[in-house]
Ligand binder design. Structure first.
Ligand SMILES: C[S@@+](CC[C@H](N)C(=O)[O-])C[C@H]1O[C@@H](n2cnc3c(N)ncnc32)[C@H](O)[C@@H]1O
Length: 190
């Protein structure tokens, strides 16, 4: 297929914006696959801040990153991403290059622990305050599970009304596929 699939497109956007030494955020750490990808992009002089409400996700990601020798450039918070702003050092506000969310639940884990509309929107609002101009917030919207539609609707309603002087918002989605595949929202701070 010549049209780029959603997840490779996400990786390409992150590779385009993130440089060696940057500060970035994984808002939904899970098993740490994105954290690892980000740690590789920022290198030993950068920093990846990660958030997850599940202790086992934080522990698994710490182990994964240690296996790759990437302990220096990560700081993980066992906390909701709703509190992103207060956890990032004030002197780094305005310098965050990118943040990524994978909404929904952790595959192979408790399907009741899902991202929720209120905290997801609170996190995006906090990020819009602390991200660099030109920085990218990427949201991979999984919406087929119970509660997913409500979160998707809340997110689209908020973002489609966001002032274009604040950010440009892109939606990248295949619209004729079965089984609610994930789609991408990319928010570039103006
Ligand atoms: C789809 S999974 C993330 C997958 C992950 N990116 C990976 O590579 O494995 C969603 C994660 O979000 C976490 N989560 C749910 N609510 C959260 C919140 N308010 N703040 C931070 N993480 C949250 C879940 O515990 C789960 O691990």
């Amino acid at each position: 297929m010549n049209l780029e699939r959603v997840l490779p497109f996400v990786k390409k956007l992150l590779q385009n914006v993130i440089e060696d030494g940057d500060i970035v955020i994984d808002a939904t750490v899970g098993n740490g696959h994105d954290t690892l990808f980000l740690a590789d992009l920022v290198g030993p002089n950068g920093m990846v801040y990660g958030f997850d409400v599940q202790k086992k996700a934080i522990e698994a990601t710490n182990r994964l990153l240690a296996d790759y020798g990437y302990t220096r450039q990560i700081t993980l918070f066992h906390e909701s991403h709703a509190h992103v702003k207060r956890n990032i050092p004030v002197e780094e506000h305005g310098t965050i290059k990118s943040a990524i969310f994978n909404l929904g639940y952790l595959p192979g884990s408790d399907k009741k622990v899902i991202t929720r509309p209120d905290s997801t929107l609170q996190a995006i609002q906090g990020l819009l305050e602390i991200i660099a101009v030109g920085g990218l917030i990427i949201v991979v919207v999984y919406h087929g599970h119970e509660g997913g539609k409500e979160e998707k609707d809340a997110l689209l309603s908020y973002l489609s009304n966001l002032d274009q002087k604040v950010a440009h918002v892109l939606r990248y989605q295949f619209i004729n596929q079965k089984n609610d595949p994930p789609f991408l929202i990319a928010i570039e701070k103006h």
